[in-house]
Structures are given as C-alpha cells and as structure tokens.
Ligand binder design. Sequence first.
Ligand code: ADP
Ligand code: MG
Length: 618
Amino acid sequence: MGKIAINIATGSLQQKEMIVGIDLGTTNSLVAIIHPQDRNPQVIKEVMGNSLVPSVLHFDKSGEPIVGDEALKYLLTDPQQTIFSVKRLIGKSYNDIRERSNFFTYKIFDDQTERLVKIQVGDKFYSPVELSSFILKELKSRAEHILKTPVTKAVITVPAYFNDAQRQATRDAGKLAGLDVLRILNEPTAASLAYGLGLNKNETKTIAVYDLGGGTFDISILRISDGIFEVLSTNGDTYLGGDDFDDAIVKFWKEKIELEKSALKFSENNKQEFRLKAEAAKRHLSLHHEFISNVDGYLIKISKSEFENLGSPLVNKTILCCANALKDAEISITEIDEVIMVGGSTRIPLVKQTVGQFFNKKVNDTLNPDEVVALGAAVQADILAGNNKDFLLLDITPLSLGIETMGGLMDVLIPRNSKIPIRTSRQYTTQKDGQMGIVISVFQGERDLVKDNRKLAEFKLSNIPAMPAGLPKIEISFLIDADGILNVKAKELRSGVTQQIEVKPQYGLTDKEVEKMLLDSIEHATEDIQTRALVEVQTEAKQLLDVTKTFIEKNKTHLLNEEIIASEKIMEQLEILIKSGNKDEIHAAIEQLNEQSRPYAERFMNEAIGKAMKGKQV
Ligand code: ADP
Ligand code: MG
C-alpha cells in the first residue's frame, strides 16, 4: 500500500516533491521553484524579502561557518577566515590560479601531491567542494524553511565553459549538502529557459546570453532547435565584473580628494567604507542622476555621466568579447534572434544601451537579471519533476571520447559535438588464445594516436573464460548522462562478465586545453592519417603472424615440410618489416604470406566444414 505524504507543519497533503533550482554564483547564490499553484517560477526570499545569498563564508573559532550577509561584514575585519569567490577555485589546481593568487585574501594551500586546491582556515583545510556545500546547505535550509517541506533534489547551474572536473565537483558539493543533484545546467541555457526560449518545440533560434556579474563576465552564443540547446561558443573575462566598476569609483574619489589636498588619507579602516559607498553609488546611479554622501565626514559625490565615463572602458572590453564569441561561432550579428541580459551588473543603463547597440536589438531585460538563472533552473527542475513532460534539454560534448585499440590507436565511440545524453557501444574481441582479461583505456581528444590525446581512465575486464582468440564478444558501451558525466561499461557477451566505471576526471581540462587539442588535431591531420595507416597494417601483420604460427604448430602433421619452411621464411621477413615501418612493404608481405598459406588453409577449411556438415546432418 502506498503512503500519503502529509506536510507536518501545515497539516495539508503534500505536493509532489519539490525540486529546486539553484544558481550557485561567484558573488551571489539563490534558489528558486515553480510555484505549485500558479505554476510561475519564483525565487525564494527570506523574511526581509531578500533573495540573494552572498556566496561568502566566515569561520569563527568553533569552525562552524556562517554563510551570506552575516559573513559579508567579516571580509575586512577577518579576511583570513572569510572565504569568497569559491566558485573560482572549484575543480582547479594551484597551477590554474597561481597567477591570480593575490586576488584571494585567504590562504590557498598548494599541495604538490594533490592536484586540487585546498583552503586553509585556522588549522583546518577545506576543499572548494566542501565550502560550496556550506553555501548549498544554507540555500537548502532557506528553501525548507519557506516551503515547510524537506528539499532533497536540485538542479544546479554552472557556467557553460565549466569542464568535467568543475561540473563533477559542483555535483559533489550538492551531494555533500544532502542534495540529489538531478542535473547540472549551463547558466546561459537556464537564462534562456527563464525567458521561455526553447520551450516551443518547433522553433530554431540563435541567442546571445550576456552575463555580467560581480567579478566575472561571460558571453555565450546558443542555438536552440527542437528543444536542444547547443553552445556554439563562449567567451568572456573571468576577472571583469561589477567589482571593477566599484574600484573605478573609489579611485575616482581618491583622486578628487587628493586633488583637493584634503587631509583625508585612505586607510585600512575606511577602505571598506569607500568600497561599500562606491557600490551604493553605482546602484543608485542605475536609477538616478547623482549620488551624494560622505565618508569620515568628507563629502563624496559622483554624477551619472562621470560614472559612465569611468565605466565605458569596462563595458567596451565586454563588447570585444562579444565580437570574438560571434567570430568563434561563425555567426554574424544579424543572425542573433535574442539577446538576454544576466547578472546584477546589467542593471547599469550604460551596459544595456551599449549591448543593445552592438547587437542592434532590444535586449531581454524584463526579468530580474540576478534572478534569471535561478528561475531558469527552476523551470528545468519542473521539467525533471515530470510536470512538463514534453521537454528534454540537451547539451553537446566538446571533445571526442574513445578507447585505445591495437597499436595505440584511438577508436572513437562518441564523436565530438555529439548531443548528450548519449549511449553507444561497439564490439571488440581478444587477440590471444585463452586471453582472460583486457585493459580498457578511455581517452578524450581528436588525434589518431592515443598518446596524443588525454587519458581519462583505465580499467580491466578480467575473468573472461578462456576461449580461442577472436571468439569472445566484448561489448564496450559509453554512456554520457545529461550532466556530461561518462560511464564506461565492458561486458563479455558470451559469459556475461561485466565491469564498469564512472569516469570522474580528477582534474579537468581548461578551455585553453580543449582549444589546443582541437588545433593540434587539425595541424597533425595528414601526419595522423599516415601514422594510423601504418599502425593498422602493422597490427594486421602481427595478428596474421600470430594466427599462422599457432596454425602451423597445431597442424604440423597435416602440412608438407616445404609448406612450413616457405611460410616461416616469409614470416621472418614480415617480422623485420613490421619494425622497419614501411607500410607498403608490410602490406606486400602480408599478401605474400596469405597467398602462400592459402592452399593448406583451404584444405584444412574443407575438412573442417566437411566434419561440421556431418555432425549437423543437413
Ligand atoms: P554573480 O553572478 O557573480 O554571483 P550577480 O549576478 O549577483 O553576481 O551580480 C552581482 C553584481 O551586480 C555586483 O557587483 C553588484 O554590485 C551588481 N549590481 C547589483 N545590482 C545593481 C544595480 N542596481 N546597478 C548596478 N550594479 C548592480
Ligand atoms: Mg551569475
């Protein structure tokens, strides 16, 4: 008998379980749902009406972190114990952030043996996964408080350029926070969904998603067709955002004050105050024409046009990125159907104007830019909850995935740019009689030889029952789930022996690396084809040698002496040729050996068939 769920707090019958959408941001995080009654997406607000949770943690002596607005004030007073911008560290090694290590006021631990960074707080070490999980826990408990029901399932968004390691780490953070992460969703895809784009099955649209947040800028060009979201290109600047506008205002005031030869000196004490005032000024100027206030009794002011002068070089930088993104996507401005504004900093009128001018289009800005990603995540969550059955959202793989076959060749099972989720399989067999195990090495990349690609994983299928070479049927299947996580399974079909692994790259590829791998594959294309051809013929030759040797050994009594001697002579030669590496010569020797062994092979075959026919009594 089924159970009926009752909401203990309200006594009402419980709705189908709510799946929440979470925007885990660099500066701010938030959680949203589809309202069960009016079916509209909405963010979850705390009692004071605030939906944004600053992605900041403060650790006090107890070692228990506080998250959000409460932690914010410790940024200046207790910088070593106050962690911000965790998102910049997730799935990264120390080498990845070495150049930017000054950016972080807390201690990032460079553990040479362990490739992923840790953060040191007091005498404790935390991984970015753990730190992110504290933020997610806070969001989870806020949602539970407001919804008055346990929240255990979520969709979490990440930037489109996040690699496997960063996605996996985000998923792990969710798990650690007690959330079953049903989907990792690209932020620009989420923003499009919030605007209802892609929900109409028959439409094909090209969309630019312009996301200017607190510390990062991302531009993504998406193509939506038949409900499939394809990321055509991404570009941006990981160190350009609202903070830079604040800095520019502080600098402006500082110069003014020094110009007026004021006695006011910038000190550690008022530095933070100036920054806070600058941010307040920036927000104020999004709606008004002048900002006037004071710090330490000194008058500070800035007009909208002064602010726009400061801001325009920053905005122009983002426009340059937009142009590059279009170039990479091989798309012209006129082909863009919609421009979507995301991130708190797109509230700045100058940003909207400049972006609108560049794309020559009215931008989509009717939804709150700092909520739109979370709202879209909620739309996706609702689809996954089965409330919106018509839709399935897909992404694509950036690089080909395959396994190593004989001679170190890359055998691609999932080509680059395949739509995910995807499942494919292919059959392989053994090369040696009685071979009981095979090693499966999984690689990612576009080159023909695995040594030029990146190894993701290796595992062994063992306990295959002893069979003659070529008889076992080993099916290798690749499954990439909707989050882009690869599962590899090997099964010997005759015996049912199975082995599988989830490929969790401990250390993912940066955008640069992906790009380099693609460029390499183009640059070496001709060379690769030649190498592949040689390796293939070498492999064929080795197999033929093996088979012929075994055959001769087994059937010595049935063969003529001169047949054996002639074969062995060619075999010796073939062995030398395999090493010398001339494709055509090897090929010729293979032909020769085949030719030479054909008569006795045929004799043998006829006998075998004869026997088999007798047995079968046709
Ligand atoms: P992230 O995606 O990086 O977590 P958000 O999208 O929440 O960040 O954007 C935060 C940034 O937006 C901050 O720099 C904040 O100052 C800026 N911001 C928020 N509201 C406004 C506004 N009204 N005018 C200008 N900037 C704003
Ligand atoms: Mg954001």
